[in-house]
Structure formats: structure tokens, C-alpha cells
Design a protein around this ligand. Sequence first.
Ligand code: ZN
Ligand code: FE
Ligand code: FE
Ligand code: ZN
Length: 265
Amino acid sequence: MTKIDYHLHTALCKHAVGTVEEYVEAALAAGFDEIGFADHNPLPDNFDIEHRMEASQDSEYLEMVARVQQKYSDITIKLGLEVDYLPGGEDFLREQIAGYPLDYVYGSVHYLGDWNFDNPVFVHRWENSNVDDIYQWYFKCLEDLIASRLFDIIAHPDLVKKFGHRPEKLDLEACYRRICTGLREADMCIEINTSGLRKEVGEIYPARRFLEIAFETGVPIVIGSDAHSPEEVGSAFDKGRELAQAVGYTHIQQFTRRKRKPVPM
Ligand code: ZN
Ligand code: FE
Ligand code: FE
Ligand code: ZN
């Protein structure tokens, strides 16, 4: 059994707290074999710079991770990045990703147009929105993210449910199938992200039905806590693993320099 949490942030993104050492110590205390940092990437024109590292801080990020890699021999520490997919930003992102010695790359959708729809500060915009339309837009962005072939893992696959909004008429089953077929074709993993349990929706990303379809389609998984503080490292990992096992998974994926290999979970 291998315990891996690949979704840890750092204080560089300005909305996470703690030192990288504190994250590693927390992972050791929780019995993890392996962890990975995946902080929010800088974007073109300093887009939403309040919630990500500055472009000039990327070397600091690499150095921080390298520092704990050298310091701790009882746990394997990987270098990842949580990259926001922005339509039209593919060339920028391709070059950025190629510039770092990454073990894995998460692709995320946190923006619909200029709206950071998962930020509590902008939650009021949901009130004037048609939930079905928003869901449809979100899943279209995920399809474009997958089609870009830039990423290894799709992060928090149904983040759009974060505040508990549910579509009325949208055929979610069909959306899940389209996404999973795309992931399979792109040889991407789906993330079981336990942070949804800490949010209004109170459930793991993705929904159980979504994960069932991922399993049927042959999409591999990773499990991540999306920790923004040392206390959140590995949070609800057992619940994530139970869900994975309940739908049929026996392995999670281990990444090294963007090559994956299945390990028993
Ligand atoms: Zn974050
Ligand atoms: Fe995210
Ligand atoms: Fe994250
Ligand atoms: Zn995240």
C-alpha cells in the first residue's frame, strides 16, 4: 500500500500558509510514503496574481522543493504544478511547463471568462447566473483543457459544484462520459480531491457517478488533499481511497518526470 498526496500548496500562492518543512512534517506524521507540491502557476499578464506565485518566484518555488527533497530521506517529495488552463493561453503554458523539471502537471479550471467562480469573494455572481449554463461552460472548458494535451492530471474534476449549486436539466451523465473519454484518449489521470469535503458542497471531487464512469472508461487516478495549510495535508485521504475502492480501483499513479506508473493503494 502506498500513500501519496500530490496536491500540496505553498505560501507563495498568497492564500496558503506554513513552510514547506511543516507540510513535509505533517505528511510524515500522517504516514505518507510520498508527497508532491503543486502550487498555482504564474499566468500571462499577471492574471489573478493575488492568488498565485509571481512570475519571478518560480525559481524560489523550485529551490524550496529541492531543499526539502535534500533534507528528508524518509519520504519521497515530487515537484508538480497546478496550472490554470486559460483558453488561448496554450503557447504560454506549453513553454512554462517545459521550463521546469516537473514530475507531474495538474490542469485546473478556476475561471470562466474573467470570473473566478470558485472564489468565495465572487460567489454573488452565481445569483445572477443560470446554473445549467455555468455547468455547461465549465465542462466545455474541461474538454478544451484535455484537448490541449498539456497536462497529466485533471484537478478537482467537478469543482463547479463547490458551493452546492446543482443543474436542473443538464445531462450530467453525458458530461461525465465526454470528459472521461477525453481523459482516456489523452492518457490523463483524474484526481480524487478531498477538499470538497471541507467546502459547502461537502463531498469529494469528483461525484461518485463521475468516478464510476472514469473507472469503466479506464482512466487512472491520483488522490490529493489540496492542502493550503500543513493541517490539511492528507486530509480525508482514507475517504478518498474508500471511494476509489468502492468503484473498483486498486491502484493509484506515481509520477516521476511526467511518466506514470501504477502502485497498489
Ligand atoms: Zn489554491
Ligand atoms: Fe484548484
Ligand atoms: Fe490546489
Ligand atoms: Zn486546487
